[in-house]
Every structure is written in C-alpha cells, then in structure tokens.
Design a protein. Structure first.
Length: 261
C-alpha cells in the first residue's frame, strides 16, 4: 500500500474498537506482570484474552513473528520475543500489542516499571511518555508529520536521551503498517500534511543513552547500541481538526497498576 488510506467515520469507530481491545489486553497483562512472572506467561494470557474477545492477535505469524505480544525488557527497544525470561524487580518491560477485529487493526504499547526502578529508568519512562503526549498534540489536521517528530525529538534530546531513528510509527487501519511513516524525529513543517481520515500509530522509542540500535540475527530483536535501557509508548490516533482523537487508552492499564500498589 503505497498511498495513504483515508478512513470514513465508521471505519474510525471500528479501529477504535480494535484499539480499545488492545488497551484491555494490556490491562490484563498489567494484572499479572511482576517479579517471578515469565514473559511467555504474559504472551499466553494475551493470546487467550484476544481470542476470547472474538479477535485475532495481529502480531502472531506477521512476517513469521511467532507470538501475540512483542515484549522487550530493559535494553531491548522493540520486537522482543516472549520467552522463559523471568521478570525481576527494577526491570523495564515494554509490551507492544496489536489486534485484528472486524478486519481492522489496533496497535498500542506501554512500558511497565517493575517495582522500584533506578532514577535513570524512571526519568526515561517519564520522558518517553511525555514525548508521546507532545507528539499527539501535533497530530491535528493542517499540521505535518515532521511537526510530530520534531516535538518528540526536541523533548527527548533536551532531557539527554537518544531518539531511535531506524524504527518509526506508521499509518494503521486496514493493515498493521500503512503509509505514512511517522518518525520520532524531524523538521517542523516537513513531510506529508495531516488530514482528517488519517489514522496513525505514534510510538516514541527512546534510549537512555545513544540513539543507535543493534539488529539481532534472529531478524526481530532490536537493542540499544550501548545496552542502556530503552522505553516505548504507543497510541493509535485519528487525525481531526483542533485536537487528535486518541483511539487507544492507558487509563485501563493505570487503573490496574494503581490497584496493585
């Protein structure tokens, strides 16, 4: 799909339903994530929850990916395989989830801080989350893709963190990855113009150290070049006039985390 696919109001609502199921799935993950749990257990839970809700895990078998979730601990940036890795106190665990429901995709990611994390990780998570919010503020009709990237890059770099360039956000809807690409860096006023009917996944991937990454021989796993921690937050967003319409939500996740305290 080389051109941008503009969605009708009805299609946006179908993408919203898929995106909210992603958010509900991440909230289920939030219920059990913690020290002593393996990332395979999180993946199994997600597969069962998505299936029980009449949907299909979007990542499962996507270009050969073998799991329902991408789970990336600590220095892993994205696309980590669920495994027998046992989560421990002080970890950052980035969980990326997608579903297909009624033939439309939803996509969202959240970085979980496990127990008490060190100051570097705490700041990284706070800054990456703020980067997402700043990017979404620019995701309105009349702005450009570069305005989103500039807002994210400026805030991350002002805080001394590295912005991953090799991986970007994307259009989403009838496919998991559509045009346009949505980089987390850029120049104000550059790139495709944002118009109503566009639905995009904004997903800052921010490293505590250098911006560079290593691609591993398994064809999926990406880690920070200096093995410092990385964080990843993502929302699916519909472009509207005046204010972006965020189709996924973190409120369900954070309600669970609050109850666990």
């Amino acid at each position: 799909m080389s051109k941008i696919y503009y969605k009708s109001l009805e299609e946006v609502e179908l993408i919203r339903a898929s995106s909210l199921l992603v958010s509900e799935t991440l909230a289920e993950v939030a219920k059990i994530i913690g020290p002593g749990v393996t990332t395979n257990q999180l993946d199994k839970l997600a597969y069962e929850f998505i299936s029980d809700n009449g949907a299909i895990p979007a990542f499962l078998n996507y270009n050969g990916f073998p799991n329902s979730l991408c789970i990336s601990p600590n220095e892993q940036v994205v696309h980590g395989f669920p495994s027998d890795y046992v989560i421990k106190e002080g970890d950052l665990i980035s969980v990326d989830c997608g579903v297909i429901k009624n033939n439309f995709f939803g996509d969202s990611a959240y970085t979980f801080s496990i127990g008490v994390v060190d100051d570097e990780k705490r700041r990284l998570v706070e800054v990456t989350r703020k980067c997402l919010d700043l990017g979404i503020e620019k995701a309105v009709a009349g702005m450009r893709i570069g305005d989103i990237g500039f807002a994210i890059q400026q805030y991350a770099e002002l805080n001394g963190f590295g912005v991953v360039r090799e991986l970007v956000g994307h259009g989403v809807g009838v496919k998991l990855h559509e045009k346009p690409e949505v980089p987390n860096y850029g120049k104000r006023g550059s790139g495709p113009k944002l118009e109503e009917g566009m639905v995009i996944a904004i997903e800052p991937m921010i490293n505590a150290g250098v911006a560079g990454v290593n691609f591993h021989s398994d064809g999926w796993t990406v880690t920070s070049k200096d093995n410092k921690p990385s964080a990843h937050f993502e929302h699916t967003v519909a472009i509207k006039k005046g204010e972006a319409d965020v189709l996924s939500t973190f409120s369900l996740i954070e309600k669970v985390l609050q109850q666990k305290k």
